[in-house]
Design a protein around this ligand. Structure first.
Ligand code: NAD
Length: 438
């Protein structure tokens, strides 16, 4: 299939990146970009910076870098701002997070110290393990949204920005279900005015962004923009949105392994996943209400990949458990264990053990960069509403209500690359390949 390609407006001028939550991921992301700009390190893990895309036939030998194929903003044009309930600047946040070496942070210290968070829209009722004083005061949630928009407008003017993107990198909130107030933009705006408890702070930021025409990505599992009021607002305003919950450590491994097992029709009796981590994220997730939000996100992937309704003999009866244990000595260096009980030919049981000693923010930072650049590209192509082609980055991908989400990492990557080909009017790659044997 060949499209005519989309009209893509150029990426002239500066791109603002506004981030609710300036903790471990955000400091690792911003410091990383600054280090890369100075030639101190390479953007490992970033598809937009290091990935390539095959065009045409395998015999054509056309494999450009993605960043040469589609017009992405350059790293030099990114300007960072954001909000937090603590007033630490990005240098201090980076030192506290303990992800990057102080020797690296010191080399870019002036750039990092220049970024201090604005006061946050925060309510302890939604993140019970945190308390901060660097917070906004307002009569109602609508006023909070207006204050967030004011922060963004001042930032845009001061830095002479042509475009802005928002990525939620703040803590995981308590589990919320969709309610009547989330159904339409009218009910949602009424809810903001009436301080409806079903509207969490993350929703106030997302509303402020979408209303202002700013693309929005949700890096946490919170419900946030995954409600009809905000998905419709995004469509109406020409704003691309995506989420939820960055797919990094254990779940990334799960969505690599599970499609492999399913491809070979290997059955599953159980998948037990446990983690120890000691960063602030781990502390927040130690609260059962925040953990419930994360648990729902982490549990959903296997069900959708393995399709028990289609393969009842293989997948109708497995046990899936996920645990997260807050264990301060490990800091951001999480350890994730998986015990996978599988069965093969004639039902004979086997086991797989995975022990992933990962670094949470090191895995997440390149995803933030890609999402910023790809959401900005999407908006310049005129794409609005849910961007399912960005599922590649998420544990709980947002998709149209009548669809089930696609979790298989390799299908997600194919979808992403085919979308880029489509945008540029290149032939989509189906991997059929019969033409080579004609
Ligand atoms: N690191 C990963 O691999 C990964 C993967 C998927 C999802 N996530 C999610 O990404 C988010 C960020 O992770 P992190 O490791 O950087 O956590 P972190 O605790 O280091 O940083 C989050 C920051 O958000 C701030 N915050 C909380 N509520 C806020 C609000 N309403 N407004 C503004 N700031 C607020 C906190 O003060 C904190 O500084 C978490 O929700 C986490 O669950 C992380």
């Amino acid at each position: 299939m060949i499209s005519k390609g989309m009209k893509i407006s150029p990426s002239n001028g500066k791109l603002g990146v506004v981030i609710p939550g300036m903790g471990a991921i955000t400091s690792t992301f911003i410091a990383g970009v600054e280090a890369i700009k100075k030639g101190l390190a390479k953007p490992i893990g970033s598809l937009t910076q290091m990935g390539t895309i095959r065009l045409g036939k395998r015999t054509d030998n056309r494999v450009p870098a993605i960043k040469d194929f589609v017009p992405l903003a350059s790293l030099d044009d990114l300007v960072f701002g954001g909000w937090d309930i603590f007033s630490d600047n990005i240098y201090q946040a980076g030192i506290k997070a303990g992800v990057l070496e102080p020797t690296l942070l010191d080399k870019i210290r002036p750039q990092l110290e220049a970024i201090s968070p604005w006061t946050a829209a925060f309510d302890r009722a939604y993140v019970k393990r945190l308390d901060g004083t660097h917070v906004k005061k307002a009569a109602n949630k609508m006023e909070l949204a207006e204050q967030i928009q004011d922060d963004i407008t001042i930032f845009q003017k001061r830095n002479n920005l042509t475009r802005t993107v928002m990525v939620w990198c703040a803590s995981t909130e308590i589990f919320l279900k969709q309610e009547a107030v989330h159904a339409t933009i009218e009910s949602f705006e009424q809810g903001l005015l009436k301080n409806d408890p079903a509207i969490a702070p993350s929703m106030i930021y997302a509303y402020a962004a979408i209303k202002a025409g700013i693309p929005y990505a949700n890096g946490a599992p919170n419900l946030t923009a995954d409600i009809p009021a905000l998905t419709q607002l995004a469509k109406d305003r020409g704003v691309p949105i995506c989420g939820k919950d960055f797919k990094t450590g254990q779940t990334m491994m799960k969505t690599i392994l599970a499609p492999g097992l399913k491809s070979r029709l290997i059955g599953l009796n159980g998948w037990f996943s446990t983690n120890i981590l000691g960063n602030r994220d781990g502390e927040v997730l130690d609260d059962p209400d925040s953990f419930k939000t994360k648990e729902e996100s982490k549990l959903s992937v296997l069900e959708h990949i393995l399709q028990p309704q289609v393969y009842p003999d293989l997948y109708s009866n497995y046990t899936h458990k996920v645990r997260i244990n807050y264990y301060p000595p490990r800091g951001d260096n999480k350890e994730g264990w998986d015990n996978i009980d599988i069965f093969g030919w004639l039902g004979y049981p086997m086991q797989i053990k995975v022990d992933f000693l990962c670094r949470d923010s090191i895995l997440a930072a390149p995803l933030v960069l890609d999402l910023v650049l790809l959401l900005d590209l999407a908006q310049r192509c005129g794409m609005a509403g849910i961007q399912e082609w960005l599922s590649f980055y998420f544990k709980s991908p947002m998709c149209a209500p009548e669809l089930y989400p696609e979790h298989d990492l390799f299908i997600q990557l194919m979808k992403l690359k085919n979308t880029l080909r489509y945008l540029k009017g290149e032939e989509l790659i189906t991997h059929l390949g019969l033409e080579y044997y004609d």
